[in-house]
Design a protein around this ligand. Sequence first.
Ligand code: 5CU
Length: 413
Amino acid sequence: MPSSKKKPQQPAQGEPSNPTAPAVETTDPQTNKPNIVDIHTHMYPVSYIKLLESRNTIPLIRSFPGHPEPRLVLLPSEVPLLSNPSPSHPPGRPLTEAYTSLDAKIAFMDKHNISISVLSLANPWLEFLSTSPDPSSLLEPALRINVEFEVMCNQHPGRLYFFGVLPLHPENTLCALPLVLSMKMKFKHCRGVIIGTNGLGKGLDDPDMEDVFEMLEEDDLPIFLHPHYGLPNQVFGERAEKGEYGHVLSLALGFPMETTVAVSRMYLSGMFDKFPKLKVILAHGGGTLPFLAARIESCIRHDGYLHKKEKEGRGKIKRSIWEVLNSQVYLDAVVYGEVGLKAAIQASGERGVERLMFGTDHPFFPPLEEGEEEWGSVVMNTEAVNKGLGEGSKEARMVLGENAIKILNLEKP
Ligand code: 5CU
């Protein structure tokens, strides 16, 4: 179905979608500070909150005795804690207005000098509905959520854009396709889609994902690939399972590994070769891909099975993982430190600094002390850019905002 609707030629990868757009202002003329663009910033719109409130398995919202705020319990690693919640430290995180209120988002942006945010629904998107026997039952919530994001963007022209959500269901890609097709027409602020690593239930190397990738490629809608599942609890051991280490292992290690595995599977299955104009933005600086790309290359080169397959003419991955990183993959700069930042830039090639985009992961990782207004996650990610690239340098301004404006075709602030 998708192949029948070829569109006019698209801009080459990495080129601005609108080459005639005026040069991007990288500094606010009034404050002389760089225009920060946050491409990794989440919200849960009202309809999604209602969905979570109606549930009694994870993901859900639940109140616990002695705790004034309801809690958002999301992660698979929290399942054991939910069945036996600790009275002093129940599972999940407090559902503050930072997750739901547009005013709170704008206040956060103003506080941290963020001119533009590209909002996205946070994990686990609509994946928990994919057990429904009726694939089309995901369409209505997906549409509604996208409409809610579009309405938010309309309230703050020039400051907000969003990555839409897709109704991905194991039984039926056709459910997602009409929405992809209409995304640009319906939602003028939509700049791509956020998806998890599960795809239609079998990961992103699943041949059934090809229709979805093809449409996203044709419509020049980048994928923002974000983790949710992490690694199985057993990997982290009993003490982690009992909650002794909080969320540290699942978020710091499980999330990035999940992204790395997902994108490596896409690469090994030849998806990037099949869809050479598909753009994929990886969350958290690409997980661990910048560090492990050379090892992946080496394992491919030394793999007897792949070697034989290639000799017999049964398929070859056309480009190295480095070439894919330099042409189709973009990384966010949510890495919290200079070492990770430099690795992400180097892994992205000679012009790697053009492929990194600043993010905050707001509203996750809030300040924990009462009255603390500055978000440490923003400070750490900004400092990583300023220290790694030089405060006020052209490169720092690119990563902090200019790249996102070009790559995602945002209006200058
Ligand atoms: O703290 C967390 O659980 C999370 C999460 O679920 N998703 C995310 O993007 N960051 C942190």
